[in-house]
Design a binder for this molecule. Sequence first.
Ligand SMILES: Cc1ncc(COP(=O)(O)O)c(C=O)c1O
Length: 315
Amino acid sequence: MSFDQTNWVWMNGEIVPWAGATVHVSAHTLHYGSGVFEGMRCYETEDGPAVFRLDEHLERLYLSAAAYGIEIPYSKDELEEAVCETIRRNGFTSCYVRPICYHGSASLAVHPRNCPVEVVILAWPWAAYLGDEALERGVRVTVASWAKFHSRMMPTTAKGCGGYLNSMLASREAAGSGYDEALLLDESGNIAEGSGENLFIVRRGRLLTNDERSSILLGITRDAVIEIARDLGYHVEIATLTLEDLLSADEAFFTGTAVEVTPIRELDGELIGSGVRGPVTETIQRAFFAATFGRDLRYRDWLHLVAREPAAIGI
Ligand SMILES: Cc1ncc(COP(=O)(O)O)c(C=O)c1O
């Protein structure tokens, strides 16, 4: 993937050309990772482009910012409109959206006092994160030698820029050993999550996933999948998960904005279940995409249409 230089970026209240959306090398966040961000997807629905769970993503952005003492100088309504404006201005029918709030340039003391809080929204078309085949065939995963940082070290439920160094080390290690993705264990040796996704396992027709006690980011996709699965009549249990649980599972899958619902077919050379996408995973996947593409009316509240209301544009 490479970025299209003709795209537009929302930067501190203005739409600017991609090439003009620059940051000074003395920006605090460049040195210390002192920012927070979000990742969401916009899907092409019958009623036009719509952002999946925009409200929840912005809610988490403000919670992440609060966890790091970052005051976002825009209201949630303003950022909601800014996300939509960015998508509209780029003319995208579907895309990934990345708002980021970071400390700009003023001082390089570790405490970011006096550093302005800058807010930027990027958007670009982004196909299947782990490759086109991943959604159907599943991915090969390895257990990272790096543990997921514990909530006593940094807030795990906040999406902080610096926290992704942990994910990056795990992801590079996995790629270096020929795997698609890394699975990180928590401090106690239980499963935490993937480098950028949550984990579900399926056992005897029931779904299991862990929670913040296992140092995970509480994914918005995870939350959607729990609700969808329960609506489909599956029993969903929140429990600590061990590697044995995963290895003996009938099926397993990752959830996340980037990976959506991606089956896991192998862990360090051991097949999960029969090593192909399982029937429960496929059912959940279908229901998830029916929600994201607006085909299942029960979940229409999760979609935020990008087009302006006719009244707002004077039609
Ligand atoms: C570490 C980590 N865990 C889980 C997730 C899944 O979160 P969500 O479903 O909100 O995208 C992400 C993606 O943002 C992530 O980076």
